[in-house]
Design a protein around this ligand. Structure first.
Ligand SMILES: [Zn+2]
Length: 454
């Protein structure tokens, strides 16, 4: 029997990445992500998996973003008892992200119970902070560019994918087949991450397609952010910046540090990083010098260019402050976290500005804001948006359509089949068409839940 792959997430959507490879009675799960965004997608997190977690032999993660790792605590709760292999950077980040995710699930459930928002009584968290802590010891770090065998005879190696700290593409070799998972690919011109490594030879490729139908504008983050912050500071407003705690928070902090150093925004403009998770991640950059573009001095400066807000009390105290100031808080698509409180408080004032910093998955509040909606639902009520909403064109951590094709072109061979994943359907299908037209390779967009040979 040949090797097969089942697409259990990240198929015609950017979230929930889970790819189950099966051969000869053994199985390996590549990525174990949460669904986010539209409610119908989020509900999938509650649907039992179509396989027995206990029967999976091993898990490999491409990177730590929750849409690739956030289902892990649940997988263990449901009976998985094997190891999870990931790069050292991913392992470090999971220690920050997963417990926080559990904490947010608990808070959401508690909030729903207090305010009677759930049809379920009582509303339960998908998993708890403790569930997340329990799964961390099972994550084992493996070096990049080194072959390991999570299952005897299944040879796996990671190579840098840019994108965020620790992000990797995964090459799996078994039964004479080479299967390449791109993971999320960074852009070659990212301000803090190095470009993705070139793609190795493979027979089957899964490539992400977040921006499969778009090219990034020729803007640079520092310039774009500088204009926005200058404007909001001049009118005494507050800039609320939803940031991904891992990746975009550090890119924005680095840009702010440079803007201040070059006198392009007032040195005295107060900047707050209101996310314990982002604060921890920012410190982590100092421990992983060499894995990103920042020098030790620049990595150090990240932590000192802004006031780091840890406790809930400090976070609440920000509400009493007047502008001008900049508040960076997670989550990056305003799906949860402390940024909601800041948006709720600041969105009504026309002097203020909401600065969106990365991809906004459809169905998230970030996407609603980006579309120009003048009202957005938060904590069970409709909040009027009078603040200016700015979407930075340059803040993406993903390669665009041209850069994705470039990565495929770097392969030394022509693969038998490309599966286009991790994108909304229009983006995935546009990339599929480009691959067929420009490269002349076979490509298809798999349906959620479908199984294909590889
Ligand atoms: Zn990612």
């Amino acid at each position: 029997m040949g090797v097969s792959i089942t697409f259990l997430g990240g198929a015609s959507t950017v979230t929930g990445s889970k790819y189950l490879v099966q051969h000869d009675g053994r199985s390996l799960l590549v990525d174990c992500g949460l669904f986010q965004g539209y409610k119908q997608l989020r509900l999938r997190n509650w649907t039992p998996l179509p396989f027995n977690p206990d029967a999976v032999d091993a898990v490999v993660l491409t990177h730590a973003h929750l849409d690739h790792s956030g289902y892990l605590p649940l997988l263990f709760k449901e009976g998985y008892s094997g190891k999870v292999y990931a790069s050292a950077g991913t392992q470090s980040l999971c220690k920050i992200l997963l417990p926080d995710s559990g904490h947010i699930q608990e808070e959401d459930a508690a909030f729903a119970n207090r305010h009677g928002l759930s049809k379920h009584a009582p509303a339960l968290p998908l998993y708890t902070r403790q569930d997340a802590l329990d799964c961390l010891p099972h994550i084992k770090s493996v070096p990049m560019e080194t072959v390991f065998q999570p299952i005897p005879g299944w040879r796996v190696s990671l190579r840098s994918a840019g994108h965020i700290l620790g992000a990797a593409s995964v090459l799996l070799e078994l039964a004479g087949r080479r299967i390449l998972f791109s993971g999320d690919l960074g852009r070659p011109d990212d301000t803090i991450m190095y470009p993705p490594a070139g793609a190795p030879a493979a027979d089957t490729v899964l490539i992400e397609s977040t921006y499969g139908d778009r090219l990034h504008a020729a803007e640079n983050l520092q310039h774009e952010l500088g204009l926005a912050l200058h404007m909001v500071a001049a009118r005494g407003g507050v800039a609320v910046v939803p940031v991904f705690a891992v990746g975009r928070a550090q890119a924005v902090l680095h840009a702010i540090a440079q803007l201040k150093a070059q006198g392009q925004i007032p040195h005295a403009l107060p900047v707050f990083l209101d996310s314990p998770m982002a604060v921890h991640t920012t410190h982590l950059f100092e421990n992983h010098v060499g894995e990103h573009r920042l020098s030790a001095r620049e990595a150090h400066a990240l932590s000192h260019g802004a006031t780091m807000v840890n406790s809930t009390e400090e976070s609440k105290a920000l509400a009493a402050r007047h502008g001008p100031m900049v508040i960076l808080a997670a989550s990056g698509m305003a799906t949860g976290g402390r940024v909601l409180h800041h948006l709720e408080q600041r969105a009504g004032d026309h002097r203020n500005m909401i600065i969106l910093t990365g991809y906004q998955a459809p169905g998230t509040r970030g996407a609603t804001l980006a579309s120009g909606a003048r009202s957005v639902r938060m904590h069970g009520r409709d909040v009027t948006v009078n603040a200016q909403v700015v979407q930075l064109q340059s803040a993406s951590a993903h390669a665009d359509a041209g850069q994705l094709l470039q990565w495929l072109r770097s392969m030394p061979n022509r693969p038998d089949q490309v599966y286009v994943v991790h994108g909304e359907l229009p983006a995935s299908d546009a990339l599929r068409a480009s691959i067929e037209r420009d490269l002349g390779w076979r490509a298809l967009v798999p349906e959620h839940g479908s199984t294909w040979p590889c």
